[in-house]
Design a protein. Structure first.
Length: 181
């Protein structure tokens, strides 16, 4: 197995800033916007975007944490004994809001499908958009991100590894290729 860094900390920060500006431009401001980060790294990305939005627009944007484990179609609950029904933290109503789901990597689209189901169980937002740090391709479902930090095409035997200072002690994105056996 090998791993190669493709995005450093400075480039990651630029990508998040670009996403932030696009959110402001496409929504003509940030009123009624809420960010919901998909556990785990999506939460930290959402928090960083919210901080940047506050700096630029002088408005606090609510950030929620979404655990989609119970909504996944590719993981049996027996395999996830730590999954809890209430491990999400959404301290606001999504009713009538412009929800922006935030995740680190968009791959098959299954995580986002599960997140959409989870958000719809919370209420009826006015609109749901998707912001991802990396789009790596290989979609299995018709899901597309509205805001993308970086498009990093990969082969199916590679994976994108996002590390973040909040939990990994450094910011960077790398490609890891699995060895063929």
């Amino acid at each position: 197995m090998y791993e190669k860094e493709v995005v450093d900390a400075v480039t990651m920060k630029r990508a998040l800033t670009r996403i932030t500006y696009e959110i402001i431009e496409r929504n003509k401001g940030i009123q009624d916007i809420v960010l919901i980060g998909i556990k785990t790294r999506g939460i930290y990305i959402a928090q960083r975007i919210a901080q940047r939005l506050e700096q630029l627009e002088h408005t606090v944007v609510p950030v929620g944490e979404l655990d989609i484990t119970l909504y996944r179609d590719d993981v049996a609950l027996v395999e996830q004994p730590e999954a809890q029904l209430h491990s999400s933290d959404i301290p606001f109503s999504v009713e009538g809001k412009q929800v922006i789901l935030v995740d680190d990597v968009l791959f098959t689209g299954r995580t986002i499908r599960a997140a959409l189901d989870a958000v719809m169980d919370l209420g009826r937002p006015k609109k749901i958009s998707l912001a991802v740090l990396v789009d790596r391709g290989h979609r299995e479902l018709p899901i597309r991100a509205d805001f993308v930090g970086k498009n990093i095409p990969t082969s199916i035997d590679e994976e994108i590894v996002v590390t973040m200072e909040e939990i990994d002690e450094q910011d960077h994105i790398s490609i890891r290729k699995k060895e063929n056996k």
